[in-house]
Ligand binder design. Structure first.
Ligand code: UT7
Length: 330
């Protein structure tokens, strides 16, 4: 028997520190006017010294658990999408498990960059539907400022820190209309060089000699990434819509990855979606990679924008390349 996977609670956390465009004007050769007109970003959140990705997850998870009426001990799996783990070993999910005191949970990090939360949701859906688990924490969490190159104006104006998460659980009432209706994930490893961190892994370890190259920090060919992002997110959304037997008119809210306001506008246009149905918070957080969709999801929840019965389409695209989409009925 196939079970139905539903989202029973969401949460998010962003650190208190704020880095404004005016602050960045003092760090690199840029301007508020350029950043706002080219990206839509006005400020982003930055972590305090010593604050780690796992701390973000724990704060966001507490909100999601409370809203879902679950305890940490109920969690049977913890899935964390992140490219900024606390350590290379153990996984951030392990650290979260210990900090939350969720002793039974299986622990897994997903390295799908900005698509990490959507990948986690797709996996969580599959695990619940297969009957393997009843309650799973899926988080997208990044301390992106820890891998941002503040000497590179092409990228440093874009990124911020934070976490969003969802509790994915087996539907207990057999309701066939609610839940994660569809999920689609895909990738293209041939284009990995366009958005990467070439130094610091097993192929080229970080050494005192190559440190100055800054290859252990994020590098991106923004213009190329832009084109692929619009195309693949639109395609993925259509795949999820087809899977669910829906059209874009059936969707009440679209939550796209918050990487660039122009990407969001282009995506809405390509999908022929009503722009008023597209949720945007990029102006306050910048690009938080895997955290961007679930932060937006929980903000929309807190603001009362998402009401029972609504269908929400989420989509993300990032390094790898890896991308995906999911449709959830609340
Ligand atoms: O989250 C994962 C997925 N990531 C994305 O989806 C990001 C996709 N890419 C983008 O959002 C955009 O490509 C960027 C925002 C990164 C860049 O915008 P763009 O319109 O593609 O600019 P560009 O890279 O083509 O650069 C245009 C000009 C260049 O000057 P020249 O060569 O024309 O003289 C850049 O040097 O803007 C210059 N520039 C800047 N100027 C002021 C680049 N960064 C800055 C800056 N301030 N911060």
């Amino acid at each position: 028997m196939t079970h139905r996977a539903v989202i029973v609670g969401t949460g998010h956390y962003t650190p208190d520190g704020i880095l404004t465009n005016a602050d960045l004007e003092r760090i690199v050769d840029t301007s508020d006017e350029w950043i706002v007109s080219r990206t839509g970003i006005r400020e982003r959140r930055i972590r305090a010294n010593g604050e780690a990705t796992s701390d973000f997850v724990v704060s966001a998870a507490r909100e999601a658990l409370e809203k879902s009426g679950k305890q940490p001990a109920d969690l049977e799996a913890i899935i964390v999408g992140t490219v900024t783990p606390d350590y290379r070993l153990p996984s951030t999910a392990c650290v979260v498990q210990q900090k939350l005191d969720a002793p039974k949970a299986a622990v897994l990090d997903i390295a799908a960059a900005c698509a990490g939360f959507i990948y986690g949701l797709a996996l969580g859906k599959a695990l619940v539907e297969a009957g393997m688990y009843r309650t799973i924490l899926v988080a997208g969490a990044e301390a992106l400022t820890s891998i941002t190159n503040y000497e590179d104006r092409n990228t440093c104006v874009l990124f911020g820190d934070g976490c969003g998460c969802a509790i994915v659980a087996r539907s207990e009432n057999g309701d066939r209309d609610r839940g994660i209706l569809a999920a689609h994930i895909s990738g293209d490893g041939r284009l990995g060089d366009l958005l990467n961190m070439p130094i610091g892994g097993s192929k080229v370890p970080l050494t005192p000699e190559n440190y100055h190259e800054r290859g252990h920090l994020l590098h991106m060919d923004g213009r190329e990434v832009f084109k692929h992002a619009v195309r693949e997110m639109a395609d993925s959304c259509l795949q999820s819509l087809a899977q669910a037997g829906l059209s874009v008119e059936d969707i009440d809210l679209i939550i796209p990855h918050q990487a660039n306001i122009r990407i969001i506008d282009a995506l809405a246009k390509k999908l022929h979606a009503d722009r008023d149905k597209v949720f945007v918070n990029i102006q306050r957080y910048g690009n938080t990679s895997s955290a961007s969709v679930p932060i937006a999801l929980n903000e929309a929840m807190r603001m009362g924008i998402i009401k029972p019965g609504m269908r929400v389409l989420m989509t993300a695209f990032g390094g790898g390349f890896a991308w995906g989409s999911a449709i959830v009925r609340f």
